[in-house]
Design a protein around this ligand. Structure first.
Ligand SMILES: [Fe+2]
Length: 378
């Protein structure tokens, strides 16, 4: 099958933030997570932009788990300020919000919910996008999608190759301010991206290579994030691995873990990375018969005996979860699983309708899906 591979230009390493002053920015709309702004990161961003004489406006209207409504204030600011660059500074919700604001700004004539990947957006007629991730997980700095929820809690994904940022600046001094638990949840999200990309129906040799390297780094180094939270070299490794996983999943597509996570997100009130981490071993176990070859290729990283059967493979990731403090089940994570099961008829259609559901190596029947969720619920 014919495929594509698209990526932003990427600047890696301490000082990558300084690349901001070399982009020729004249009017920058900085979209920043308020929590990140409190740490002074947006001041560093502003200083870099001012070095080249840019005018700067800041939007702090980011919401974690962004809703379509949460784009209104930033889109209004963009329409008034007329930026030639959008600068996203934060985690996945922030970068997705910046993509949504960019789209609303460049194409106010289009509704987000009706877009398809084939819609000609011409975003760069109005502005370009540079992303500075401050967490090491979502990979949104490298992807062509953004996730939102509408007022009814239904997931809305926008997807266009045009949404891939022009630049991703991977400066490990930015995620160095992440609390260790956020580092773990984000890293587990990245690990899920890599594992889902590796077994995806749309995988290519390019996504495979990136996914494998991301799995190797994340499985070996993520537990250290709890013990050595100030190790900038470690944070740099995890930061690059998260973007590699983002590139892999953007180009190969995610799978059932993410189809479930996007449908269940607002219902569980868990952070995306935490929810993904809990679901991961259960989905890997289910997928194993259809993804044996892809998973077995990780034998050199996980140990050959850990990739021999579904139970051993899933247990390897259960042990990793236990080591980094991720609960084994949704119930143990504080989710009202009774409610989740009672409302299954409401959210299962969102799972089955997700693009990532169709790319999963094994498509569950309605009964298999219910059984999987029951087991993951605990
Ligand atoms: Fe994710």
């Amino acid at each position: 099958m014919m495929g594509f591979f698209t990526a932003p230009r990427i600047c890696i390493g301490p000082g990558a933030i300084e690349q901001l002053s070399s982009l020729g920015v004249r009017r920058a709309l900085v979209v920043v997570d308020p929590a990140v702004a409190e740490l002074g990161t947006d001041r560093r961003v502003r200083e870099e932009l001012l070095k080249d004489g840019a005018e700067v406006q800041v939007s702090r209207s980011v919401r974690i788990g962004p809703t379509l409504d949460s784009l209104d204030a930033g889109a209004q600011l963009a329409a008034e300020f007329l930026p030639d660059w959008i600068v996203a500074v934060g985690g996945g919700s922030t970068i997705d919000t910046a993509k949504g604001i960019w789209l609303r700004y460049a194409r106010p004539d289009l509704g987000l919910a009706g877009l398809t990947p084939l819609t000609d957006l011409r975003l760069r007629d109005r502005a370009r996008l540079v992303a500075l991730p401050t967490t090491s997980g979502s990979g949104s700095e490298a992807t062509w999608t953004a996730q939102f929820w509408n007022g009814a809690g239904r997931p809305v994904e926008i997807a266009s190759r045009e949404l891939i940022p022009d630049w991703a600046l991977l400066d490990p001094t930015l995620p160095a301010t992440m609390p260790p638990t956020v580092a773990v949840d984000s890293g587990m999200d990245a690990l899920a991206h890599a594992l889902e990309a590796l077994a995806s129906a749309w995988t290519t040799p390019f996504s495979d290579g990136l996914a494998r390297e991301a799995v190797r780094t994340l499985t070996r180094r993520l537990p250290d994030a709890l013990d050595h939270p100030d190790d900038v070299d470690l944070r740099g490794s995890l930061h690059s691995a998260a973007t590699m996983a983002g590139l892999a999943v953007s180009n190969a597509q995610s799978g059932l873990v993410h189809a479930l996570a996007h449908a269940l997100g607002p219902r569980t009130r868990l952070a995306h990375g935490r929810l993904v981490a809990i679901l991961l071993p259960w989905v890997l176990e289910f997928n194993f018969p259809a993804a044996r070859e892809a998973y077995s290729s990780l034998g050199g990283v996980l140990g050959a005996t850990s990739t021999q059967n579904a139970g051993a493979f899933a247990d390897w990731f259960r042990r990793l979860n236990s080591r980094v403090g991720v609960p084994a089940t949704l119930a143990a994570g504080g989710v009202d699983v009774q409610n989740l099961r009672e409302e299954m008829t409401q959210w299962v259609p969102y799972v089955r309708g997700a693009t990532s559901f169709g790319a999963n190596p094994r498509i569950p029947s309605p009964q298999e899906l219910e059984s999987l969720v029951v087991r993951a619920s605990g």
